[in-house]
Write a protein that binds this ligand. Structure first.
Ligand SMILES: *[C@@H]1O[C@H](CO)[C@@H](O)[C@H](O)[C@H]1NC(C)=O
Ligand SMILES: [Ca+2]
Ligand SMILES: [Ca+2]
Length: 186
């Protein structure tokens, strides 16, 4: 009983006086605030993003699973600048292949969205007359040289699966980074 009373008083005193300073403070910031060296393999850094270029030809679902195995998702182009940077990288590397993105209108036909963030696709990088949902079967979005006379990478909708002519390479995008700083009193 006495022990308990002493403990209670001690606790009360501590609570009243309190500690005037926290031992440490934590701060979380978007991005790689201090430009720390980051080991990103197998991802390639392009501007602020990290991308993996899958070399197997797969349907959209298989491609998504491959990205999830790498703790990433199929690429989302939040801006056309990001699209231009990634396709410039491919062009510089001599690629004219076709690659899946996260874009689709599986939830509601005609409402094309990036699957990773549910944002409507407002890109100006569609190939001409696309998306056209040809044969009412095209619900997943890829990039490539869409027509014989295409001169650059553009977006197009194709069947997500069940189509031997819609097996594409894929681009995975790593999650964004945060910097956590811990400040302590010496
Ligand atoms: C870049 O080109 C090299 C050599 O052709 C090839 O091995 C590599 O897979 C290419 N990378 C991409 C992302 O296309
Ligand atoms: Ca992105
Ligand atoms: Ca199409």
């Amino acid at each position: 009983m006495l022990k308990l009373t002493v403990l209670l008083i001690t606790l009360l005193v501590i609570a009243k006086t309190g500690w005037t300073r926290e031992k440490f403070s934590i701060q979380v910031n978007e991005g790689n605030t201090f430009g720390a060296l980051v080991k990103a393999e197998p991802f390639t850094k392009i501007n602020d993003g990290y991308y993996f270029f899958g070399t197997e030809s797969l349907n959209w679902y298989e491609a998504y699973e491959k990205c999830r195995e790498l703790n990433s998702e199929l690429v989302t182009f939040e801006t056309d600048q990001e699209f231009d940077a990634v396709t410039a990288f491919l062009t510089a590397n001599g690629s004219r292949l076709t690659y899946w993105t996260s874009g689709n209108d599986l939830a509601k036909t005609g409402s094309h969205r990036w699957f990773t963030n549910a944002q409507r696709i407002s890109s100006l990088r569609w190939a001409r007359n696309q998306p056209d949902n040809a044969g009412q079967k095209e619900h997943c979005i890829h990039l490539g040289y869409i027509y014989k006379d295409s001169r650059k990478f553009e977006l197009n909708d194709r069947p997500c699966s069940q189509d031997p002519n819609s097996l594409f390479k894929y681009i995975c995008e790593a999650p964004e980074m945060e910097t956590i700083s811990i400040v302590v009193w010496k």
